[in-house]
Design a protein around this ligand. Structure first.
Ligand SMILES: NC(=O)c1ccc[n+]([C@@H]2O[C@H](COP(=O)([O-])OP(=O)(O)OC[C@H]3O[C@@H](n4cnc5c(N)ncnc54)[C@H](O)[C@@H]3O)[C@@H](O)[C@H]2O)c1
Length: 478
């Protein structure tokens, strides 16, 4: 049954939550008194549709239904999850939670996006409200800090994992949770550096993104410093750099006075740095970069990429494609696959077909364990036919027809189907010949009896679909 999320406050963060739930198949009802809320959420949703599905090599569930502009009591009626994202003022949050608790089902998770308040401040009685603090853009970044009573945070964390997020459940509540405490220390130092004319906003951003920012995205702080300690490890690192903490390198907790002059200086430097692009263009740039980074990390099964990989493993592939053959791969063409004219670059047709081939290997039983046992299929030859243009954001489905699978050869014909609103159309075909190899001798060999039987059964099954008109491979011997 479709689950329902109620989003109370549909600004930057509420809009991001709405997109995260909708694109994971939930129905979403938004309550926000702002008459512009629908338009603003529409803009966030447009960005999210462009980015989130492009992280996955499986289709996300069909989008849920969005309703905007409901009174709060109607929005939360029948909800499984209620997410409060109104401005960061405690009195406003108290009023909203009173209304939510009066109208929401007993079984619903009730969560706050608050960046700073603790559950003990949000709950005037009991422990019903938990903190679920996300990061912008909520539809792309996996982290959610979860704080509250254990009996409430455990089921909340389960739901968040189902949305492809990483719930970081804190042992104890503390002002501003974990991540914003770290960010505030960096932010305070950055403000001092601008105020004292040490560095401009652009130079500080370079200091982050050209160096430690790259390290942080994949290993964080402690693992990075462990490596910095060399073979002697963490204790050595602490002994070496620990004393520096006593030196007055940082401003500690001193906060620069954000007076008119400092605000004007930062704003002017920021305009010079980023003013050529409007905020929507900056969001697109941010999202496209994040998708490229996250996809790369997914390949490595590392950091946030591992979270996406684990979520992806729970998503089913569609059973059959437009031609009645099994779907072996499906994805939304990511921005990083673009060529100079906004099409999918030609090399990625082969990548999509290659992924379909990988999946087919698993179906045949020639999987990782089979390879570890010393046998594998190697690709000997591929032919790509580009039939119609594929744009970034298009949904691609790859079906695979096994044309021949006797003995040492496996002859496959992949069809890449594009969906962009119209009926699926054939965008490309990739014909591939694979040879079975003994990994010890590196010579062509016969597959195991099990794999051979599976290949033959697949070929026989696929004969129900007409053979492709143009087949280039398989006529030659050897
Ligand atoms: N902006 C961030 O980067 C960020 C990150 C994580 C968490 N948060 C937290 O998320 C919350 C919302 O922040 P934001 O940046 O989205 O703010 P925002 O100003 O963009 O959005 C707040 C929305 O709440 C609506 N609103 C006001 N009163 C309301 C009410 N009584 N009922 C329903 N809607 C109401 C407003 O019309 C507005 O659309 C805050 O608690 C903030 O600390 C923000």
């Amino acid at each position: 049954m479709t689950r329902k999320a109620a989003i109370i406050g549909g600004g930057v963060i509420g809009g991001g939550w709405a997109a995260r739930f909708l694109l994971n198949g939930w129905d979403v009802a938004v309550a926000d008194p702002d008459p512009e809320a629908g338009r603003k959420i529409g803009a966030v949703l447009e960005n999210a549709r462009h980015a989130l599905p492009a992280l996955y090599d499986r289709p996300l569930p069909a989008e849920g239904r969005l309703t905007v502009g409901l009174p709060l009591a109607e929005a939360v009626a029948g909800a499984d999850w209620v997410q409060e994202s109104v401005p960061e003022r405690l009195a406003a949050k108290h009023a909203v939670f009173e209304a939510i608790l009066a109208a929401a089902p007993e079984s619903a998770v009730v969560a706050s996006s608050t960046s700073g308040f603790k559950p003990s401040e949000l709950n005037r009685t009991g422990d019903r409200v938990v903190v679920a603090h996300p990061f912008n853009p909520v539809y792309l970044l996996p982290l959610v800090e979860v704080v509250g009573a254990e009996a409430r945070t455990a089921p909340a964390a389960e739901v968040l994992r189902g949305l492809g997020m990483l719930p970081l459940v804190l042992a104890r509540e503390i002002d501003a949770h974990v991540a914003d405490r770290l960010l505030e220390a960096v932010w305070r130092e950055a403000l001092w550096l601008v105020k004292d004319d040490i560095a401009t906003t652009a130079e500080i951003d370079d200091a982050i993104r050209m160096g430690f920012g790259l390290r942080w995205a994949q290993m964080g702080l402690f693992e990075t410093y462990r490596i910095a300690g060399g073979e002697a490890g963490m204790a050595h690192f602490l002994a070496q750099f620990g004393p520096a903490l006593q030196w007055p390198w940082t401003k500690l907790t001193d906060v620069p006075d954000l007076d008119e002059a400092l605000v004007a200086k930062i704003a002017a430097q920021s305009d010079a740095q980023s003013g050529a692009r409007d905020v929507r263009a900056l969001e697109r740039l941010r999202d496209d970069n994040l998708v490229a980074i996250l996809r790369a990390l997914k390949r490595q099964d590392a950091a946030a990429g591992a979270v996406i990989a684990a979520h992806e493993a729970t998503l089913p592939l569609p059973g059959t494609g437009p031609d009645g053959l099994p779907v072996m791969h499906a994805l939304q063409v990511p921005p990083s696959w673009a060529d100079y004219n906004g099409h999918m670059n030609e090399v990625h047709y082969l990548e999509a077909a290659g992924r379909a081939g990988d999946r087919l290997m698993v179906v045949l039983g020639a999987d990782a364990a089979y390879v570890a046992g010393g046998r594998s299929y190697f690709t000997a030859e591929s032919h790509v036919a580009y039939l119609s243009e594929v744009r970034i954001g298009t949904r691609l489905t790859v079906t695979t027809q096994a044309l021949a699978g006797d003995g040492r050869k496996l002859h496959l014909f992949h069809r890449l189907w594009a969906e962009d609103g119209e009926a699926p159309r054939l965008a490309a075909t990739v014909e591939t010949m694979l040879l079975h190899v003994d990994l010890a001798t590196r010579r062509v060999s016969h597959p195991s009896a099990g794999v051979a039987a599976a290949a033959q059964a697949m070929v026989a099954d696929h004969e129900r679909v007409p053979r492709p008109d143009r087949v280039l491979l398989g006529r030659r011997a050897g």
